[in-house]
Write a protein that binds this ligand. Structure first.
Ligand code: AHR
Length: 846
């Protein structure tokens, strides 16, 4: 194909650059006339779940924590006993033994979560009154002011979600309820500085002591900004009161929606230009038990009447950011809505109770049909009318329904087959998503698959390597929605290494957009005061919000989604071999009890036996008896490391015996002395079926870096083990026979992708350079009769792989867009170290 260079091409500049330096440029060929897969508008979306206080204490704008005094209510379907909430004994749908799962439950602390009482003589408790404020929210605070001591004002204080931030001159809507028969005084609501006690807003109410619930409302307007505000209700007389539903809600919400969202966080989400939003999760869709699953119907209407439910991530979900608010937010941001429904199965790693069969599944089916009707039915339908009553007569658009979350097994398949058939017949326009991944055997029993939803939470190495993962996925059977993924292992709170590796993974997804149609990073949001997971996309506290480097990566990809891919070669730079670094070795196990003895290590010509005194135990229960090192726990993994050793060329010999348990041995090498990083042979892993090489990240085993070798460990037998370690080859012999060898891992450090944006008439080139040096690249653009000289280059980069953004340094790693005048049909560009680069240049296609 002939390519005409435009008059204003930058060829001269590039040619000059190559004359004066003898640098070798790595050629990347792009052919704009070779069209690849379309990249759907749906590609980059959002996953929301009530985890990390994403909603309550986060996106949902309410300032009062535990506003309805319901926080201590045990999770649905569970009962309280001796400091724990227990699920009923039940069979787990994954086929595990009948289990009785529980969560710790400090009922007294939870009752007053978020609240404090200031007074020397007040008696209080959270109770179920004879006449609750609302049947769904039966608890209230009973408060008896026994005495008013001089100079003291009895107060009920709410500390918010780790403090409250209020702004001078802004409006805050106060609403609370009191019931009293004998209290003859005032109640004063105040917003005050938690440090100095200075009040910035105050409003007093006469209390109606008619023995009935009375509502009190006011608009509070602080006369100053406060960064550490608290809220209080103060009393000036003796008497008994019931207090319930105390809400202090900012008037200023995103798009001024009542019961709405914190504008700064909503804005951050909007700036990602997301194609869709998934709600309500995540594991909370499944629940610890079925009784604990999210019940969308209870998330509707006046928030005072919403019972909430314990989020299995450790706190009560008020249901404030409910189904209606979710649909409204989708409409406000122009996102497609994705509702995730329970498939009759609770979370398999929690209780895992389930229902099966048409009759038992009927209520689950009805629940999904009602959700669809609420969103899309006209106002003559039961649920469409409820939507109208809630302020939205026009239907919302609900494009996707996922049937279950992270479910597997034949039981799931049976439930899915039933639900899918019924739903699809009634709602052919909705895309229904299945939760299986393509490597699950049971996927072959699914009768109809439109889209599947595999998830990945992995190490950087895994994501770099997985740039090609989707190249070989079966085609023509189903589309893929990667509903959850994050590099969250061994990367601090989400450093640049995580971001670069996610970029490599995302490029693999975008290149395979004929099959990968949708993606969403997870988890999305975290309140920095209460993270459940340590890597999340957006951090916030009571007043600040910041995006991690990965946030900016998501934005760069969403903002630079081409209409279709074009041919590019190569798609990766020359792989670099990662050598085993000097380190130590160790032994361990996975859900298995083991013994080890007679350790020697040979290095050069010298062989020495190793004393047990040198062993440092990191995980597991270890005993040293008569020269034998025994591990007796069922922990996974366990680890005992030989301190004082730091080499990269040596042979370790020892004897190993499994005494009981489900799997086999773990042998570590190339390990940092703290056991945080290195490699391991997992021998008789995967239910004692095979042996493989794994990476050690933060003392955990991750990924499988080699080809699995069938191997089963026999109980009671002493094996002679020999591990030969060298920088580029490590092998394992058991009883003199080689089981597995591993020649170091090859990892590309550069990744390339190209596409075409029809509206802009621009080539869109994405590149990642994960190495510490810059990468000189020469891009050759074929298939265009003209290539503009000027375009833009957006770069996300950092000085070190360990760099992270934070609330204090939110823009340490942030994209920078600059114009670039050196584009042509053949241009050179040095990709900076540790960078993600997006180039956009106008082209005239041939
Ligand atoms: O994103 C956090 C959790 O990870 C989700 O709840 C679950 O689906 C996955 O295991």
């Amino acid at each position: 194909m002939k390519t005409k260079v435009s008059l204003f091409s930058g060829l001269a500049i590039a040619a000059f650059a190559s004359l004066v330096s003898c640098q070798q440029y790595n050629r990347v060929d792009i052919d704009l006339s070779q069209k690849g897969a379309d990249v759907d508008k749906s590609m980059y979306g959002l996953f929301f779940e009530e985890i990390n206080h994403a909603g309550d204490g986060g996106l949902y704008a309410e300032l009062i924590q535990n506003r309805g005094f319901e926080e201590h209510v045990v999770p649905g379907g569970m009962t309280y006993r001796d400091g724990k909430a227990y699920a009923p004994r039940s069979a787990n749908y994954y086929g595990l033994d009948t289990i009785e799962s529980w969560v710790p439950w400090d009922i007294e602390a939870k009752k007053m979560q978020g609240w404090q009482i200031k007074s020397s003589d007040v008696t209080y408790d959270v109770v179920i009154p004879q006449h609750p404020l609302h049947e769904n929210t039966s608890h209230a605070l009973s408060l008896t002011i026994n005495k008013i001591a001089s100079g003291e004002t009895p107060s009920l204080i709410n500390t918010g979600y780790w403090g409250m931030s209020v702004k001078k001159g802004e409006k805050y809507n106060l609403r609370f309820y009191l019931l009293s028969s004998d209290y003859c005084g005032d109640v004063t609501a105040s917003i005050f500085d938690s440090e100095s006690g200075r009040k910035v807003s105050e409003v007093a109410f006469d209390v109606n002591s008619d023995g009935k619930w009375n509502e009190y409302t006011a608009t509070m307007i602080p006369e100053d900004d406060l960064e550490h505000a608290n809220f209080s209700l103060s009393f000036n007389n003796k008497g008994t009161l019931l207090v319930d539903y105390v809400s202090l809600f900012p008037h200023n919400t995103f798009k001024n929606r009542p019961n709405g969202l914190r504008p700064d966080i909503a804005q951050m989400l909007g700036e990602l230009h997301p194609a869709f939003l998934r709600w309500p999760g995540g594991c909370i869709v499944e629940g610890i038990t079925l009784g604990n699953r999210v019940n969308w119907k209870e998330t509707l209407g006046d928030p005072m009447t919403r019972p909430g439910q314990f989020s299995l991530w450790g706190y009560r979900n008020t249901y404030g950011f409910g189904y209606h608010e979710f649909l409204q937010f989708c409409e406000d941001l122009g996102m497609d809505a994705m509702f995730v429904a329970n498939a009759g199965l609770s979370c398999s790693i929690r209780n895992g109770d389930y229902v099966s069969g048409e009759k038992a599944l009927q209520p689950f089916l009805q629940d999904i049909e009602d959700a669809i009707e609420y969103a899309t039915g006209d106002t003559t339908t039961t649920w469409g009318a409820k939507r109208a009553a809630n302020g939205h007569p026009e239907p919302f658009v609900l494009k996707y329904v996922e049937i279950g979350n992270e479910n597997g097994t034949d039981r799931y398949v049976d439930n899915y087959n039933y639900l899918y058939a019924k739903l699809k017949e009634k709602y052919p326009e909705i895309t229904f998503i299945n939760t299986l991944a393509w490597w699950f055997d049971e996927i072959n029993r699914v009768e109809h698959l439109e889209m599947i939803d595999p998830h990945w939470y992995e190490t950087p190495d895994y994501f770099y390597k997985s740039n090609t993962l989707f190249d070989s996925v079966p085609r023509g059977k189903y589309d893929i929605y990667v509903g959850e993924y994050a590099c969250n292992n061994g990367v601090g709170s989400g450093n640049m290494n995580a971001t670069l590796s996610e970029a490599a993974f995302m490029m693999g997804m975008e290149r395979n957009s004929d099959v990968v149609k949708m993606t969403s990073y997870a988890p999305l949001l975290t309140n920095v005061n209460a993270p459940n997971w340590h890597c999340n996309l957006i951090w916030f506290d009571r007043s600040r919000v910041a995006g991690r480097a990965s946030y900016y990566l998501q934005k760069m990809f969403a903002d630079n989604r081409p209409d279709y891919n074009v041919s590019i070669s190569p798609t990766v730079g020359t792989p670099v071999k990662q050598l085993v670094e000097p380190g130590t070795f160790g032994v361990g196990s996975w859900n298995t009890q083991v013994e080890y003895k007679d350790f020697t290590v040979s290095s050069g010509d010298k062989t020495t036996s190793i004393s047990m005194d040198k062993v440092v135990e990191f995980m597991g229960e270890w005993q040293k008896n008569d020269g034998t090192l025994a591990q007796t726990s069922a922990q996974s993994p366990t680890m005992a490391v030989f301190g004082d050793f730091n080499e990269s060329d040596y042979t370790v010999r020892f004897k190993a015996r499994k005494t009981s348990g489900k799997e086999g041995f773990v042998f570590y090498f190339g390990l940092t002395s703290e056991g945080k990083k290195g490699y391991a042979f997992n021998v008789g892993g995967w239910n004692n079926t095979s042996t493989n090489l794994q990476s050690v990240v933060d003392r955990n085993l991750s990924g499988a870096d080699s080809k699995a070798v069938p191997f089963t460990v026999e109980s009671g037998k002493w094996y002679d083990v020999e591990i030969k370690v060298s920088p580029d080859m490590t092998s394992l012999k058991m009883d003199g026979k080689e089981v597995i060898s591993w020649g170091g891992q090859e990892m590309p450090q550069q990744f390339f992708l190209a596409g075409y944006d029809k509206n802009a008439g621009e080539a869109v080139i994405k590149a990642v350079n994960a190495s510490s040096s810059s990468y000189p690249a020469e891009f050759n653009l074929a298939g265009a009769s003209e290539v503009s000289r000027s375009g833009t280059i957006t770069t996300l980069k950092s000085e070190s792989l360990d760099d992270e953004n934070s609330l204090d340094e939110p823009f340490k790693i942030a994209p920078e867009t600059k114009s670039f005048d050196g584009f042509s049909s053949q241009f050179k560009y040095d990709l900076p170290p540790y960078s993600v680069v997006v180039m956009r240049v106008k082209v005239k296609l041939d």
